[in-house]
Design a protein around this ligand. Sequence first.
Ligand code: FES
Length: 68
Amino acid sequence: MYVCLCKGITDRQVEAAIDEGATTLGKLRKALGVASQCGKCGVTTREILTGCLAATPDKSPAPFYAAA
Ligand code: FES
């Protein structure tokens, strides 16, 4: 399904980018251009991101306060 009509980005492309390490909306924007024009796809993109990160907790970005 298309997530971003402005850029023609599908949910599979978003999921693939998450698998490759784009674990924030900003990283997805940079990698794919999603939510970079009208922004209407931001909510759906974030829902996909949240679902993917919940399914694979090891991909969640470390909290900023975590020790390295
Ligand atoms: S629908 Fe994604 S930026 Fe417009």
